[in-house]
Every structure is written in structure tokens, then in C-alpha cells.
Design a binder for this molecule. Structure first.
Ligand code: AMP
Length: 315
């Protein structure tokens, strides 16, 4: 099923203990789209400024992504984000965020992007997410990501946006902050209570520890793919979401079963593991399907176990 994504299309300046890159292609919608493009047709919606390069658009087109709903706003500057990571890459400080063309942006979806069955509202101002959601009323599967900034300054809009989707994909800490529940399962239950219809799937991203899937019926968790070298975690969450949502989109007609969702988790995890191995989008743009499948198979083998139940010494 075709996928539409709205979110930041950005230039990122990133410093990690392994180096620094200035103004590389980034943004939540871009990382998502690159990952999802392995699974289905992807339409990106969002604005860029006059400074946005034709080469970056061409890179996305080269990955089979439809960028016809990427609007060039002139005069205007592309969304810019700058961040720096701590020595173990677990902490990140945002040094600068410039919304640029996102300020005052009113999304105008192309005919093709309005017809998608799957919609991903990547991280951006929740009112914009709501505007796009309203333009795809018949979407069969909708998911959303967000961040602490919007919980802090636009919580009411974010709650409305969450009430309008099937699936919420957030970091652990963001889920707790949003729901004001210290426990992850309780936080997910809180989101389920925001319906009907409201979300029925919650994915808690846990950085290097992986991700957990919570539905009304069940629970599942996967570790991150173990890597000896991580260079730049920027966009890992969006890349995960691209693999997760992409896999679901590529299995139309199937019910949103626990089995399907778990396989989607594995594909999201595999995609994210490639993203962090190099700066920005460098690794994902060179990725191939066989490499993804190999990591999913590795994950399956790594996380399955068997063995007889223990025989207790005590009653
Ligand atoms: P992640 O590492 O998954 O949190 O995503 C990082 C990406 O999100 C970067 O490529 C940034 O351009 C983008 N980003 C950072 N801050 C924001 C924000 N306030 N709104 C939208 N996108 C953002």
C-alpha cells in the first residue's frame, strides 16, 4: 500500500565522538522515507527552502521516493537542526533548531499523496500533523512520532493528533512525559484510553536497548541489533519507523496481528541498525534488500530460545 509521510526535511549538523558533519541531508521525513522505500511506494510531503539542493531531491528520487509534494518555499530556509552526542552516544544535546520554512507552512498534498492507504506523521509541529491527517480521512493505517519539544509546548494539539492515529511510536522517556505515567505499560494503557478510536498499537523506542511493542492483547520486545561500532544515531528512530510502517504497508489485506507487528518490529530494528553505522543517510542509501533480510534472520536467531522448563528443588 502506498505510504505518505509528512515531517521535517532538514539540513543537520551533527557532532559525535567519531567526527562532525555540517549541513548533511536529514530530517524525520527523509530518514523515514529512505527506510520505507525498500517496502513500498513513498510520497514525501513538506517544505524546503531556496537553499535546498537539487542533489538531495535527486538522491530521494534515486531511491524511488516521490518528491512531487515537496514544496520549495522562496524566500525561505530549509529546517535546520544541530546536535551533539556524548561519549557513549546515549545522550544528545540539541544546540540549534531553526524551523525556517516550517513556520507558517500549510501542507498542500498532491493528488498521489492524498490517495495513500498508509500515513506516517513524522516528527513536526502537531498542528501540521493534524492538518495532514485531515487530508487523508480514508487512510487504512496511520502512525505518528513526536518529541519532547512538542510535549512541552503543544501538548493539547499532540493529544488530538494521537487520538487521530492507529499507532504511536515514541521514545520511552517521551511516553512517560506525555502520559505522566512512570511505567511503560501503564503509559501505553493511558494512550489506549484516549480513544475511541485512538491508538491501538504503541511502540516504545529504547535507543541502544531496542524497542517494545504494546497492544491491548500483547507485549513484545526486541533488542537493538548488536553492533561494535556506532557512528551517528541521528535518525535511528525515524529509520526504525520507516522499516516498521513500511513492512506493514507491504502486507496489505493482512490483519494487524501480533505476528505481523512483531515481524514489522524486526524490520524496523534491522533498518535502524544500518542507519547508525555511518553519518546521516550515508549507509541507508547504499543498502540492499539482501542485507536487510540477513539482519532480520540474525535477529530472529539471536532472540529465540528453547530448553526444558527447570526442575525446581522446592515445591
Ligand atoms: P531522531 O534521531 O530519530 O530523533 O531524529 C533526528 C532527526 O529529527 C534529525 O534529522 C532532525 O533534522 C530532525 N529533528 C530534530 N528536531 C526536530 C524538530 N523539533 N522537529 C522536527 N524534526 C526534528
Amino acid at each position: 500500500m502506498p505510504i505518505t509521510v509528512v515531517g521535517s526535511i532538514a539540513y543537520d549538523t551533527v557532532r559525535t565522538p567519531f567526527g562532525e558533519r555540517e549541513r548533511m541531508l536529514g530530517g524525520a521525513a527523509v530518514h523515514f522515507a529512505l527506510a520505507a522505500s525498500f517496502f513500498d511506494e513513498v510520497h514525501v510531503v513538506g517544505p524546503v527552502g531556496e537553499d535546498f539542493g537539487e542533489a538531495e531531491l535527486e538522491l530521494m528520487r534515486g531511491m524511488g521516493i516521490d518528491v512531487s509534494a515537496v514544496e520549495r518555499v522562496s524566500p525561505g530556509k530549509t529546517f535546520f537542526w544541530e546536535g551533539e552526542y556524548g561519549w557513549d552516544l546515549n545522550s544528545r544535546e540539541t544546540l540549534d533548531t531553526q524551523l525556517g520554512v516550517f513556520e507558517g507552512f500549510a501542507p498542500k498534498l498532491s493528488e498521489a499523496s492524498r490517495c495513500s492507504d498508509v500515513l506516517f506523521l513524522a516528527n513536526i509541529q502537531p498542528d501540521l500533523q493534524l492538518e495532514v491527517r485531515a487530508q487523508l480521512p480514508a487512510a487504512r493505517f496511520t502512525a505518528l512520532d513526536s518529541m519532547n519539544l512538542w510535549i512541552d509546548i503543544a501538548r493539547d494539539s499532540l493529544v488530538k493528533a494521537i487520538q487521530s492515529v492507529d499507532c504511536v511510536i515514541l521514545n520511552d522517556a517521551e511516553l512517560r512525559q506525555l502520559t505522566r505515567k512512570p511505567n511503560l505499560i501503564a503509559a501505553a494503557q493511558e494512550l489506549f484510553s484516549w480513544g475511541p478510536p485512538g491508538p491501538r498499537v504503541v511502540v516504545a523506542k529504547q535507543g541502544e536497548y531496542g524497542a517494545a511493542l504494546i497492544t491491548r492483547e500483547g507485549f513484545f520486545a526486541l533488542p537493538a541489533y548488536p553492533l561494535e561500532s556506532v557512528i551517528d544515531p541521528t535518525g535511528a528512530g525515524d529509520t526504525f519507523a520507516g522499516g516498521f510502517v513500511g513492512y506493514l504497508a507491504a502486507h496489505p489485506g493482512q490483519e494487524l496481528s501480533e505476528e505481523l507487528l512483531r515481524a514489522a518490529m524486526a524490520h524496523g530494528t534491522a533498518l535502524a541498525s544500518f542507519n547508525v553505522q555511518e553519518f546521516g543517510t550515508d549507509r541507508v542509501v547504499r543498502l540492499n534488500a539482501a542485507e536487510i533480510t540477513q539482519r532480520v534472520t540474525d535477529l530472529q536467531q539471536m532472540t529465540s530460545f528453547s530448553g526444558a522448563p527447570f526442575r525446581s528443588r522446592k515445591p
